[in-house]
Design a protein around this ligand. Sequence first.
Ligand code: NAD
Length: 382
Amino acid sequence: MKAPAKSSGSSSPAASILKPSSGREPGAAGALALFSLLAEHDHEQVSVYHEPSCGYRGIIAIHSTVLGPALGGTRFWSYRTDEEALVDCLRLARGMTYKAAVAGLNLGGGKSVILGDNRTTRREALFRAHGRHVESLGGRYITAEDVGTSTSDMEYIKAETNHVTGLIGKSGDPSPVTAYGVYRGMKACVHYRSGSDRLTGKTVALQGCGSVGYHLAKLLHAEGAHIVCTDIDPQRVRRVVEECGATAVATSEIYDVRADIFAPCALGAVINDDTIRRLRVEIVAGGANNQLAEDRHGDLLEERHVTYAPDYVINGGGLINVNAELHGWSPERARNKAGEIYDTILRVFEIAREERIPSYQAADRLAEQRIATIAQVRRNHV
Ligand code: NAD
């Protein structure tokens, strides 16, 4: 199994495989490319479904069901090409396998995409068609919300299948659990650097005061950390300043703040060539997805002796919350499970040290080890 690539879209090497080579009949070349694409990262299955009556066009990718049913949200997006949609779906499904594996959950990785304009108001037929698509896989794939979809869309899906989570009135907003996991992961990073995990007196540069950022700020403040924060939304900044005694800076200045920890809780790709040379911190630990613009930026952090908590490990609380809904866990149990991110982050650093690899690679190793071990156990003890 190869680690999830950071790049996406038609510029990725995987996408180029899809392009029919000149001189060949396009249909034949496309079919051939589809299977090489699946083989490239060991995807188990791809399902494509078209419902002309409502214009539904959807793809479900199942990367792995070794640990359990493949879970991953439904993304509703207007892709430039069908190929771009497929590659995005495959890439996201693979990422879910790794995220569930390091979170210690009995879930595999999958994802689905609906191709089209997500601002449409004609949603019922579309999402019920998607629900039927999900149902046709018999529980091998479980869906949830993602970009372009909402809890009310999940209710339409629920009318056609039980293999859906993130419903109205169920597990609810995952961000408090995510923030708690980030907080625990941050403490593990501080412990790794200094031998003590106390955040009292530490300065945290917080990028993004939204759902995760706000809940994280509350936890940091309660422990006596000083917060320097930013957001493009002044009201969100004000809330953190007033409730947590934070100092506000302009969005462009957050990378230059002298702090112990930089906590990205807004956008992806914020660790890049420009920002790495500006960061004046010992630790990068935050909730945002896809923080490294490219893998090599993880190597660059390592070279600069900056401890990086791999994003998909430290922000696993959101997935833990979804898993809690699936299995009827109490909020306390979900929170305790997110608290285990502390030990997982330390294990990642241990692997990194033992194998002399950067932490982002060590996280992949940890996920792959768990999947391989469980696959072996299941083969041996039927
Ligand atoms: P959110 O939309 O509630 O908050 C994001 C905040 O970032 C907003 O307040 C927004 O104004 C701000 N922002 C946008 N651009 C900015 C910029 N250039 N500079 C500073 N601030 C900017 O989202 P969230 O749920 O808090 O999620 C934050 C990140 O964590 C995202 O990357 C998300 O994918 C990831 N994540 C969230 C969860 C969860 O449970 N919500 C779980 C896992 C990962």
